[in-house]
Design a protein. Sequence first.
Lengths: 265, 275
Amino acid sequence: MKLRTLQIGVFALLIVAWYLLTAPGLLPALYFDQDNRAAFFFGEPQKVFWVVYEWFATGDIFIHLAVTLLETALGFSIGALSGLAIGLWLALSPTASAVMDPYIKGFNSMPRVVLAPIFAVWFGLGIWSKVALGVTLVFFVVFFNVYQGVREVSPNLIASARMLGASRRQLLRSIYLPAAMSWVFASLHNAVGLAFVGAVVGEYLGSARGVGYLILQAEGTFDINTVFAGILVLTAFALALDTAVGAVERRLMTWQPRAGETEKV
Amino acid sequence: MSQNGVPALALADITCRFAARDGRGGAYTAVANATLEVGKGEFVSVVGPTGCGKSTLLNVAAGLLEPSSGTVSVFGEPLQAADGVNRRAGYMFQADALMPWRTGIDNVIAGLEFRGVPRAEAIAQGEEWLRRVGLAGFGDRYPHQMSGGMRKRLALAQTLIVSPDILLMDEPFSALDVQTRQLMENELLALWAEDRKSVLFITHDLEEAIALSDRVVVLSAGPGTRPIGDFKVDLPRPRDVSEIRMTPAFATLHREIWAAMKEEVLKAYEAQKVA
C-alpha cells in the first residue's frame, strides 16, 4: 500500500512539474522567448485532463476507443495464437524449422511498419488493415519466445514423460505447452504494447475512426492538448490490458517459485 | 546368468559410437561390445568410474538411445527403435525429472493419465503411492516446495505407480546427503521386496551397489566401456543398508570388487587429467 502511495506521488509530482513549466506567465520563460510558447508545444495538464473528461462525459470518445480497442484485441489475440501455434510447430519439426529459418529471420528484421500502406490497400481503411499490422508485430515476439521456450525444455523431462508412456500428443499437452508458457507470458507483456502500436499507426495512416484518428485530427489543428489527451487515454488502456495479462499469468503460473517465499502459519 | 528362463533384460554386444561434435576427428566410442543381463526379479548394480558410459548403457536399455550395433531384448523380445521406448521399463533419472507445473499428486499420476486411467481412480492410486513413499498429505505441494529427498520419493512413486516390470535407475540418490540417502535406499529395498521387479541400478558408489544388489557388474573406464567383472552378492535379505556395511562379508566383497575396479578408476582419472 505504501508502494502505491509512492507511485501516485511520482505521478502527481510529474503533473505539477508539467503545470509549473507550461502555465503561461506563471514562471519566467526559461527557454522560449514568449510566455505562451511552452503551453503551445507541450500542452497544459489541466486542459489535457479537461479534454479527457469532456470525451468521457459527452461520450464522444467511446466509438473511437471501441474501434481502437477492438483492433488491438484482434491483433493481439490473432498474433499471439498464431505465434504460439507456429512456434510450437517449428520447434517440434526440425526440417520445417530449417527450411523456414531464413524467411522467419527476414520477416523479423524487416521494418514491418512499412507494411501498413500495403495493408491499407489490401484490407481497406476499416479495422482489418490495422489488425493485420498488429498481427505482424505481435506474431514475431510470441513466435520467438515459444520457439525458444520449447527448445529449452529439459531433455530429462521429455525422456521421463516418454518412459511413463506419453504419446506425441500428450508430450505436447503435458510437457511442451506448460514449459513454454512462462516464455509466452513474458512475450505477451511486450505484445500488448505492440498491438496498440499496430492499431494506432494504422489509424494514423488512414482511417475514419479510432483514437489514432483523433490524434491525427488534433495534430492537424495544432491542438497539442488533445494529442496529449489521446496519448494519455491510450496509455491508460495499454496499462489496463497489461495488468489483465499479468493477472492471468499469476493465475496460470502459481507453480513458479517466488524468491524468498515462506509459508504463513 | 539367467537362472530362471528368459532374462528380463538382455543387452547383447552393444556398441555406441557418437560422431565427434566438431565434425572432424574420430567418432567417440562410449560403449564397446557390452553384454549384460538382468534376470527376472534380480537387482543388478552397474558400477564404474565417472564418465565411463554407464548412463549411455541405461538409455540403450530404456530404448531412448539406439545403439550403433547390438541388440536389446526385453523378456525375450527384441526392442526396436521404431517401436519407441521400452514399454515395460520405468526410468528414474539422476537429475530432477518432475514436472514443475504439476503438484505432487499430479506428478505421481502422470503415467496413469498417459494410459487413459480415469482421473478419480488415478487419484486414489496416487494417494496410496504417496502414502507408501511417505509423502501422505504432501500431494498438493509443487516440487519446488519440497526438499531433495521428498522430490526423490515423489519420482520413485511416479515411476512405480505404472508398475513397470523392469526398473532402470541412474544414480537416483547421488544428489542426496548421506543420511537421506540411506533412508531412501532402505525404502527402495522395502518397496522392491514387495513384488521383486528386475532392477538395473547405475551408481558410482560401490558401497551402495553392494548393499542393494544381488549382483554387481563392474565397467571398464571409457572410451569403449564394457563389463569387466561380475560379482554375486549373497548377503542375506532383508537388509538394512547402514547395518550391512558393518558385516565382515560386506567388507570381503567390497575388497574383492574394489580390487577389480581400482585400476579402471585410476585409468579414468588419468584420462581426464590429460584431456
